[in-house]
Write a protein that binds this ligand. Sequence first.
Ligand SMILES: [Cu+2]
Length: 161
Amino acid sequence: MKSAPAPIAHALATALLAASLSPALAHDAAHDAAHFAAGAPGDPKAPARTVTVVMGEGNGTMSFTPDRLDLKKGEQVRFVLQNKGALAHEFRLATVKDNAEHAAMMRDMPDMKHHEANAVTLDPGKSGEMLWRFTQAGTFEFACLIPGHREAGMHGTVTVK
Ligand SMILES: [Cu+2]
């Protein structure tokens, strides 16, 4: 049996690739402006305040500890994220509105993985970091958008003045 002529095989591969990638790409482009309303990825050479945030679950709730942070505009924070729970958790920093919209989308696409500067996903027992510069005053949210987790209490507030 002869294989398909190369141009057809190539067109098919391109179509399959486009079908698998385009929703995520379209999504990222549409949401970048909203994500980065909370600030911008940090500069590793600049000083940063270290804030440890523990993620976990228990007693029917899921939580971040601490769940409140007050910052000054321009401050840079090195978030040290520790998942001490039995489930995977995520730390996603954005506006409340953007996290709510994103949570709705993740309910439709439960296997979605984030590759965004403002999100870190951690398996149970793992730690990670996010360096972030808070360039805008306002009230922002960090939340776990794995379906059901934000609703179970996994959200916190960052107030930047
Ligand atoms: Cu979670």
